[in-house]
Design a protein around this ligand. Structure first.
Ligand SMILES: O=C(O)CCC(=O)C(=O)O
Ligand SMILES: [Fe+2]
Length: 282
């Protein structure tokens, strides 16, 4: 993730600048005509709703006239409240700010994920930078999860049991709860902590660490009263990165992240389930 991408607002500003620059010659080559401001035909739609036939007919005639003479018109008394329009505008502005916030968030998560992966690598006698080169901003990603409430049953699954196909995941969850993980062959529910982010080891770290670190099955149960939101950041290597074991004898065959993903996708397609790391056991 480059600084350029972070500071560019709108995101494609550089490309836009080049485009404008290239087309400027063309614009100046044409004669610069004076553009007059106009007032579009303004139609009061109150007439349409009125019980008075005469007013209604006048309104219809105005619409038809503007449609044939201008092909454009503006309407007032249209029935859409100012509050709704303004609320929508505020939401629109948020949507357009979203990519910038997301990029900043992903960059901060990436830094933390790399720090933790480095510490775990060092603990097994490898340099802290073991994953710096192979982890790629192009394959790391954010997943924005929403779990609607389910009033019918507290047993409703929000996200099926799975392990994560990455090195390490960082999860920012709200206070609703619902995340469960396998501990000593039993499901346990994670108690939300307002200040804390959750970190879990993924399949690639389990393979790299030769089973020292565990990629544990987890799932999400839907809440009966509240919807739940979480954001997960997945630290992944580039697809051609070879994932070997950090020590011999290795329990797993060597594989690239690309091969691993392909195998997972094929298994899911064929059996409806992820088989995961056991596919690569020696
Ligand atoms: O929402 C959660 O708590 C977990 C999400 C998760 O496991 C995932 O996105 O892989
Ligand atoms: Fe997960």
């Amino acid at each position: 993730m480059t600084n350029k991408r972070l500071t560019s607002d709108p995101p494609l500003q550089d490309q836009l600048r080049a485009l404008v620059h290239n087309s400027l010659g063309e614009v100046h080559a044409r004669k610069c005509d004076y553009v007059r401001e106009c007032e579009l035909p303004l139609i009061d739609l109150g007439g349409l709703m009125s019980g008075e036939q005469r007013k209604k007919a006048k309104c219809v005639a105005d619409i038809a006239k503007a449609s044939s003479e201008w092909g454009f018109f503006q309407v007032v008394n249209h029935g859409i409240s100012r509050e709704l329009l303004e609320e929508m505008r505020r939401e629109q502005m948020k949507v357009f700010q979203m990519p910038v916030v997301m990029e900043n968030f992903a960059a901060a998560m990436a830094k933390l994920a790399r720090l933790l992966a480095g510490v775990l690598a060092e603990n097994l006698g490898h340099p802290q930078s073991a994953f710096d080169k192979i982890c790629s901003d192009n394959t790391c990603f954010l997943r924005l999860n929403r779990y609607p409430k389910c009033e019918i049953s507290p047993e409703m699954i929000g996200l099926i049991p799975h392990t994560d196909s990455d090195f390490l995941t960082i999860l920012y969850q709200d206070q609703v709860g619902g995340l469960q993980l396998m501990k000593d062959s039993k499901w346990v529910a994670v108690k939300p902590h307002r200040e804390a982010l959750i970190v879990n080891i993924g399949d690639l770290f389990q393979a790299w660490s030769n089973n020292k670190y565990k990629s544990v099955e987890h799932k999400v149960m839907a809440n009966t009263k509240m919807e739940r939101y979480s954001i997960a950041y997945f630290l992944c290597p580039s697809y051609d990165s070879m994932i070997g074991s950090c020590k011999e004898p290795s329990l797993y065959k060597k594989f690239t992240f690309g091969e691993f993903r392909k195998q997972v996708q094929e298994d899911v397609k064929r059996t409806g389930q992820k088989v995961g790391l056991t596919r690569f056991l020696l």
